[in-house]
Structures are given as structure tokens and as C-alpha cells.
Write a protein that binds this ligand. Structure first.
Ligand SMILES: Nc1ncnc2c1ncn2[C@@H]1O[C@H](COP(=O)(O)OP(=O)(O)OP(=O)(O)O)[C@@H](O)[C@H]1O
Length: 448
């Protein structure tokens, strides 16, 4: 287009110069002035023709280079996106892309304490779970660097974080791979029971699968704690954050909002969040977290996997039944089969030695003194039967009273609302001298 215009202009100039030569020949005859004008005009014609040739050639070369660069760029982009995927670098999605993927945020999967999860399909056909985070307070830089750190961790038992979406205004999003069989709560708790999950579609995982899930989760946490560059604290280990894939393998999810702890730090300070019933007592009392908080939550989950019921079960407005306490009693009485999910007992096939091992590991994990709890690497060893496990020390489990909170602090899913303060509540069958019990709990912890 540009070349055509330049040629037209050049043609007009040459035409004008020829007309100039002809008219000067007619008016000036063969005078000296005519020859001067004629020479200048011919020189000008040469100059114009040369400029046009150079310009056309230059444009043709530029176009060729542009095409070459474009195709190289496309190749590089494909390679780059492939390398990002392989290296686990999170993709930055545009809000519009997520809107299209989720069909306008229509297919809701679930709602948790920190956000809402939608099902979606990306333009390349990848099935994803898009989590819209409500009330995210971190700055953009901190959010991005944490997302990058988390997305780079790769383990078969961790749900992959594929990307994120961040805009100057509006909510932030995390994009996870979609896991088809939903969360563990739907596979271990009996629906409509008082102590059950109250979930949507409830299946019942067999004993063997429960044992495998327990080991899968322990391996994922062990990897986060011990095998990454920084120690990654999950801080919200609970059945809702353990997803079950089509092969009934467990994948720990929702670690996109966890904390990084330097290898030389013993604890990091962070505000209390997480979910009631799974929070380690020292977090509530001292506001500091370490990998031992995840160990505590894991122990609580392990008991729920075995029992097929929630650890804290509401009996009346202010009375709660605490399952771990029942487990301790039954262990002493050597009647452990009584604490196993009834549906599994009916089917049979429970190896009592494995049951005993799982219960003892869980009781070690929920020790009030964080120091006494094993590491997640040790938990894996114990669960896989590679080490002899001693009996856990007696715990009074009084600190749990701090973890139970009133209805006002719960959202509609039974999760702690943000900023809800722990309160003292009465436990079913407790020693009447509960206040002495509370002070024991405090003093035993502060003596760490
Ligand atoms: N990657 C995923 N694939 C399939 N389902 C998912 C995925 N991530 C989450 N879900 C489903 O969405 C539900 C809500 O998830 P979300 O993480 O928001 O809530 P939560 O874990 O219950 O609460 P919180 O945000 O307080 O941890 C989960 O219980 C799970 O069933």
C-alpha cells in the first residue's frame, strides 16, 4: 500500500519533470538555460527513481523479516508455554479467560471459608477448578511470589496450581487442576448424621483405600515440610482439602494460601485462620506456627478417616463429644474395633494390627506438646510399618476446649469465620473441675 503511493508520487514527479523539459524546449529553444533545466530535470528523475527502488526493496526486506520474526516468535511462545507447564510456572490468566472457562462462573463446586470454587474448562481443554478468593489482603507482589513458590512444588499427592488471576480491583483467583471425585469428607462421613459431614454425594471409602489415603496425605505433607527449598506449611489440613482422584488416590489441595518457613526458622507468626477442630493448640495460644501444626491437623484427620465421623460432635447447645478422647479410652480397653466406621466393620476385612498402628500414630500426632509430635517423614515411616511405634503418652486433651466455638462464629458450612475468637465451652463427660483443667493446659504448653 505504502509502496503503491510512493510509486504514484514518483510517477507524478517524473511526469511533471518531463512536461517541464518539453515546455522549456518549446519556449527556450536550444538555449543554454534549456540545457541547464533539462540536465537538472533528468538528474531529478534519476534521484526519484533511485529513491523509489531503494524504498521498495527496503520495504520488501522488512516484510520478509517481520514474517520470519513472527513465526519464530510463535514457535518461542509455544516452547515457552510448554516449558512453563513442565516447570510448573503458574500462568497469569485474564479475568475474561476465567469467565469464559467457567461459563460466567456458573458451575459452582463448593464454597469454603476463604472463597468459592467453580468448575471450568480452559481453551486448551484442561479441566480446572477456579477458586475465587474473598477478602485477600496481601499485596500483589507478596501474593504473586507466594503463588510462584507454591506452583513450583510438584508431587503426585499435591493438587497442581496451574495459575492465578490478579487485577488491581476485584477478587483474586487461583486455578487448580480439576479432581474428579471431590473431597475426602464426602467419602468418609455418613451424610445426615449428627457427627457426619452433611456433604452432597456421599460414598464410603473401603478400609484399604482409607489406609492408602492416609499414607498419600502423609507423603504430600512430608514433601512440603522436608523436600522443598523452603518448608511449606499447609495450615489447613482437613478432609475438605484432601481431594480424591479417579483412581482413589488422595491429593492435598488448597496449599496455595499456606506459609513459607525458612529452614533456619523454628516458627513463623501468622494470624489464626484454618478450621475449628484441626487447629493445633500452640497456634491459638502463641500465634506462631511450625510444621508441627500440620502434624496435629493430620492426626485429627487420621482419626476421622478411621472413625468415619467428625472429631468434635455437638451433643447439645454447649456440650460437645470429643472423639479422640473416646479413642484413648478404647485403646486402653483394647476395644479399638468399636471406634471404626460401622459401615467398614459390617463389611469386615479390617486388619487390627494396621488399625492399632494408625490409631497410635494419630495419637502421637495430636499430642498437645508440639515437640512430642513426630515429623511427617516419621509418620510415613510409621504408617508404612518400617519402624516400631511406642505407645503415646497420656494426654488430657484439655486444650481442645479452646478450639470449640459457638454457632455465631461458624459460617453456613460449619467453618470458622475469619477473626472468630476461640471460646471456652463445656465438654461432654468432663471433669467438673474444668477450670483447673484449662490452667493445666496453658501451663503445660507454656513450659515447652
Ligand atoms: N481442584 C479441585 N477439584 C475439584 N474440586 C475441588 C477442587 N478444589 C476444591 N474443590 C471442591 O470445592 C470445595 C470448596 O473448596 P475450598 O477450598 O474453597 O473450601 P474448603 O476447603 O471447604 O474451605 P477453606 O477455603 O476454608 O479451606 C471443596 O470442598 C472441594 O469439594
Amino acid at each position: 500500500m505504502e509502496d503503491r503511493r510512493a510509486k504514484q508520487i514518483a510517477f507524478s514527479i517524473i511526469l511533471l519533470l518531463i512536461i517541464l523539459i518539453i515546455t522549456s524546449r518549446l519556449s527556450l529553444k536550444l538555449s543554454e538555460t534549456f540545457f541547464l533545466i533539462c540536465g537538472a530535470a533528468i538528474a531529478a528523475i534519476f534521484a526519484v527513481v533511485t529513491v523509489v527502488i531503494i524504498r521498495v526493496r527496503f520495504n520488501a526486506r522488512r516484510k520478509q523479516l517481520e514474517i520470519q520474526l513472527d513465526s519464530q516468535g510463535r514457535e518461542l511462545r509455544i516452547e515457552y508455554s510448554f516449558l512453563r507447564k513442565v516447570a510448573g510456572v503458574p500462568t497469569k490468566f485474564r479475568h475474561r479467560e476465567l469467565e469464559e472457562a467457567t461459563d460466567g462462573f456458573k458451575s459452582l463446586i463448593g464454597r469454603g471459608g476463604s472463597g468459592t470454587v467453580y468448575r471450568g474448562i480452559l481453551s486448551d481443554g484442561t479441566a480446572v477448578a477456579v477458586k475465587r478468593i474473598d477478602g485477600e489482603e496481601r499485596g500483589e507482589k507478596a501474593f504473586k511470589s507466594e503463588v510462584a513458590a507454591i506452583a513450583s512444588v510438584q508431587h503426585v499427592n499435591l493438587v497442581r496450581l496451574l495459575g492465578y488471576c490478579i487485577a488491581s480491583t476485584g477478587p483474586r483467583f487461583l486455578v487448580y487442576e480439576f479432581i474428579h471425585n471431590g473431597s475426602l469428607d464426602n467419602w468418609i462421613f455418613v451424610k445426615s448424621s449428627n457427627c457426619g459431614g452433611g456433604g452432597r454425594r456421599n460414598g464410603c471409602l473401603s478400609w484399604d483405600l482409607r489406609c492408602r489415603v492416609a499414607i498419600d496425605v502423609a507423603k504430600a505433607l512430608s514433601y512440603l515440610h522436608h523436600d522443598c527449598r523452603s518448608c511449606i506449611l499447609h495450615l489447613d489440613v482437613k478432609p475438605e482439602n484432601i481431594l480424591i482422584d479417579e483412581n482413589y488416590r488422595a491429593l492435598v489441595s488448597d496449599f496455595g494460601l499456606s506459609k513459607l518457613k525458612g529452614r533456619d526458622e523454628s516458627r513463623v507468626v501468622t494470624t489464626i485462620r484454618g478450621t475449628r477442630g484441626y487447629l493445633a493448640p500452640e497456634w491459638i495460644l502463641e500465634n506462631g506456627v511450625s510444621e508441627k501444626c500440620d502434624v496435629y491437623s493430620y492426626g485429627m484427620v487420621l482419626l476421622e478417616i478411621i472413625g468415619g465421623r467428625r472429631n468434635i460432635c455437638k451433643m447439645s447447645k454447649k456440650k460437645f463429644e470429643f472423639f479422640p478422647r473416646i479413642v484413648v479410652e478404647k485403646l486402653k480397653e483394647e476395644k479399638l474395633m468399636e471406634i471404626v466406621d460401622e459401615r467398614l466393620v459390617m463389611v469386615g476385612g479390617i486388619d487390627e494390627r494396621v488399625l492399632q498402628r494408625m490409631v497410635v500414630v494419630a495419637l502421637w500426632c495430636i499430642q498437645e506438646k508440639a515437640k512430642l509430635r513426630p515429623t511427617m517423614a516419621e509418620v510415613v515411616e510409621m504408617l508404612e510399618g518400617r519402624v516400631v511405634i511406642e505407645d503415646p503418652p497420656n494426654t488430657q486433651m484439655l486444650v481442645v476446649d479452646l478450639l470449640s466455638i459457638g454457632d455465631d462464629d461458624d459460617d453456613e458450612n460449619g467453618n470458622r469465620k475469619r477473626g472468630a475468637r476461640p471460646r471456652f465451652v463445656e465438654m461432654d463427660g468432663d471433669d467438673p473441675s474444668t477450670s483447673a483443667g484449662y490452667s493445666f493446659a496453658f501451663s503445660s504448653l507454656s513450659g515447652r
